[in-house]
Design a protein around this ligand. Sequence first.
Ligand code: 13P
Ligand code: SF4
Length: 350
Amino acid sequence: SDPDLVARAAAAKAKLGDRLFILGHHYQRDDVIRFADVTGDSFKLAQQAAARPEAEYIVFCGVHFMAESADILTSKTQQVILPDLAAGCSMADMATAEQVERCWERLEDLGIAERVVPVSYMNSSADIKAFTGRHGGTICTSSNAERALEWAFAKGSQVLFLPDQHLGRNTAVRDMGLSLDDCVVYNPHRPDGGLTDDQLRDAKMILWRGHCSVHGRFTPECVDEVRERVPGVNVLVHPECRHEVVEKADYVGSTERIITLLNEAEPGSAWAIGTELNLVKRLATEHPDKQIVFLDKSVCYCSTMNRIDLPHLVWTLEALAEGRVPNVIEVDADTAHYARVALEQMLALP
Ligand code: 13P
Ligand code: SF4
C-alpha cells in the first residue's frame, strides 16, 4: 500500500470518530479491509449496519446490493456511502424487476402463484427484494438459505428462488433432501421462461437462471486436480459454486463459515478453497501453520468488489471529513418499505 494514502485514510477516519462506521466484506482488498470497523459475510454486515444507529455515515466497502440493504435497514438520518458507484454485482444484474414481474404473471396465469413463495438471495437489487416482500417471501444469504427454504416450504408448496440457481439448487438438494428433478430453471431471456406449464406446476424449486461469474469458474476437474496435487487436502467451497463442484467438496459454507472452519482447523492440515481470491490469499497469510491453496489454477478476483480500492476509500473519507457526502446510496421509500419486509423476515428466521 502507498504509505501516504494509508496515513491520509487513517487521519480522515480519526477526524470523523464515532460519526463514521466502516463495514468491509471479506472479498475486499487487504489495504481496504484494514480500515473496516467490522468485517463479515453478507448476513453479518446487514445485521451490523442495523445495529449502529449512532453512526451518521456508514461507508460500505462491498458491492451495491449490500449498500442498498444497509440503507433499507438503517434510519433515515443515516447515510450509506459506497466508495465507488461502479461496484455492482453481475449476478444481481441477472434478475431485473421487469423480468421477475413477467415470470410472476405467468405463475398467476397458471393459477399457482398463491402456493409459490419467493426466496431471494441477498445478492439482488432492492427492486427484487421489494417484489419478494410484496409477495410474502423472504431474503436469504449463503449462511441461512436452508432455514429460509424450511420457512418457505412450511408456508407454500413451491419456491421461486432468485437469482442464484446454484445456491438454490445446492441448498435444496444438499441440505433439504430434494432431488435434482424437483428443480427447474427459469430462463428470463425466453418468453416462456424455457419451461412448459407442467414443468412449472410440478417443480418444487423454480430456480432463476442466474449465477456468480467468479464462483462459476470452479469445475469438478479443479477438485480432482487439487486432490491429486495435494494429498489429504480438504476441499472447502462457497455454495455459489456449481452443484457438481459442491458435490465433490468436503465442506460448503459462506465466507464467514469458511473463516471459522479455517480457525478451527488442525495445524498442518491442507485446504483448497473455492471462493474469491482476496479472501483465500488473506487466509493463507493468517494461517502459516496450514497449507492453504486456491481451488483454481488461474487468478479469480471479483472485479467489482476490487473496485473499492485505497484511493477510492481515501477520496470518500476525506470528503466526509470536509463535510461533503459523496456516493450516497438511497433506495426510494416505497421500494424500501417492501424490501424491508423481506429483509426483516430474514432477520427473524429461527
Ligand atoms: P457471503 O459473504 O454471504 O458468503 O457472500 C458471498 C458473496 O458473493 C457476496 O457477494
Ligand atoms: Fe457478485 Fe459473485 Fe462478486 Fe459476489 S463474488 S459480488 S456474487 S460477482
